[in-house]
Ligand binder design. Structure first.
Ligand code: DGY
Length: 325
C-alpha cells in the first residue's frame, strides 16, 4: 500500500498529473481552503501533507497528527505558517521550495518600488476614472529612483536578487542582515552593510523587506522603527505581513509622514485592512510575488522531488530545520 499524500490546494496541472502517476495522492479539485477540521483530519490520515501558505499548521493542528504523518512538503519557501517545533517533536520532516521563486519575487519587489515611487497605480486610477485633463509640468510628480539609497532588510537569495536589479536602476545598495555577507558578494553587489538597522533606516530613501518571517523578524519594522524613516521615504514589503506593524504603517501613511508603501503581503491575509484601500500613496498587490507560470511549476517540481526522495528513504535536500532546531 502506497503512503497517502494529501495536497491542500490545487497545484499546476502538470504537477498534479505527475503526482497521480507517482503517488497515492488526494487532490483538492475545487481548490477550496481547508477548514481547521479538514486540516486536522488530513494530518490524522495522511503520511505526507502538501500544504501552502494558506494553511495554518499550528501546534493544535499537529496534536491531531496521526502516526503515519512523516513529512510536510510545503509548496512555497516561507514556512512561518507551520509550527516547526511541534513538527520536530513529532519527528515530522518539513521541506520547502527555495531558490525557484527568487527572481520572480525580486521582480515583484522592483515592480512595487518603481510603481509606488512613480505613482503608477494612482495615475491609472485617475485615468480610468476619466479625471486626467492634460499633461502638466507639475502633475503626478514622483521620486526618481536613480541615485537614491535603497536599504534591504534580509540579504538572502531574494534580497541579493533585489540588490542586483536595483543596482541596474542606479541606486545605492545598503543592507541589514543577521550576518554580513561575504566581502566578494558585497563587492559584486556594491552593497554597504549596516549592523544597526535603526541607523540604516534613518538614511534610506526606500526600505525593502526581504527577510523570512521568524520570531526575530516579527514586526522588525515596528512603530518605533517606521518612525525613523525619512518623510520622503517609501516602504516595500514582499516578505510577510507580520514583519511590519501594519497599524502603525497605516497611521504614518495617512498622516503623510512617509511618502508611500508598496505591499504584496498583509498581516491578516486574505483580509486586507480597508484603511489601505482608501490611501492614494500605497500600491497594493494580493500576495503575487511568486505568481508566474514558471515559478509555480518549479515549486511543484521541488515538491515532487522532495516527496519522492523522502518516500525512497533519503533525506530531501530542501529540509527545513528552523531556528534553534
Ligand atoms: C512563498 O513561497 O513563501 C510565497 O510567499 C508563497 O507562499
Amino acid at each position: 500500500m502506497k503512503p497517502l499524500i494529501i495536497v491542500t490546494r490545487k497545484l499546476p496541472e502538470q504537477i498534479e498529473k505527475r503526482m497521480k502517476e507517482l503517488f497515492n495522492v488526494r487532490l483538492n479539485n475545487d481548490d477550496h481552503i481547508f477548514s481547521q477540521e479538514e486540516l486536522k483530519s488530513a494530518v490524522g490520515e495522511a503520511s505526507i501533507l502538501v500544504p501552502t501558505v494558506t494553511d495554518k499548521i499550528d501546534a493544535d493542528i499537529l496534536t491531531n497528527a496521526g502516526p503515519a504523518l512523516k513529512l510536510i512538503a510545503n509548496y512555497g519557501v516561507g514556512v512561518d505558517h507551520i509550527d516547526l517545533k511541534s513538527a520536530r517533536n513529532k519527528m515530522i520532516t518539513v521541506t520547502n521550495t527555495p531558490g525557484v521563486l527568487t527572481e520572480d519575487t525580486a521582480d515583484m519587489t522592483m515592480a512595487l518600488m518603481l510603481g509606488i515611487t512613480r505613482r503608477m497605480s494612482e495615475g491609472e486610477r485617475m485615468l480610468r476614472a476619466g479625471k486626467w485633463q492634460t499633461w502638466s509640468p507639475t502633475g503626478m510628480l514622483g521620486m526618481r529612483l536613480s541615485g537614491k539609497k535603497v536599504g534591504i532588510i534580509g540579504m538572502g537569495r531574494i534580497g541579493q536578487a533585489v540588490a542586483l536589479r536595483a543596482k541596474a536602476f542606479g541606486v545605492e545598495i545598503h543592507y541589514h542582515n543577521r550576518q554580513q555577507i561575504n566581502s566578494l558578494l558585497e563587492k559584486e553587489l556594491d552593497a554597504t552593510y549596516w549592523k544597526s538597522l535603526d541607523q540604516m533606516i534613518t538614511q534610506m530613501d526606500v526600505v525593502s523587506l526581504n527577510c523570512p518571517s521568524t520570531a526575530d523578524t516579527f514586526q522588525i519594522m515596528s512603530k518605533r522603527r517606521l518612525g525613523l524613516m525619512q518623510n520622503h521615504a517609501y516602504l516595500i514589503n514582499t516578505a510577510r505581513g507580520d514583519v511590519v506593524e501594519e497599524d502603525a504603517l497605516i497611521e504614518l501613511l495617512e498622516a503623510g509622514s512617509i511618502a508611500g508603501a508598496g505591499l504584496d503581503v498583509y498581516e491578516n491575509e486574505p483580509n486586507v485592512n480597508p484603511r489601505l484601500f482608501a490611501l492614494e500613496n500605497v500600491l497594493i498587490a494580493p500576495h503575487m510575488g511568486s505568481a508566474t507560470e514558471e515559478a509555480r511549476q518549479a515549486m511543484g517540481e521541488k515538491v515532487l522531488i522532495n516527496v519522492k526522495t523522502f518516500i525512497d528513504g533519503h533525506s530531501p535536500r530542501d529540509r527545513v530545520l528552523g531556528e534553534g532546531l
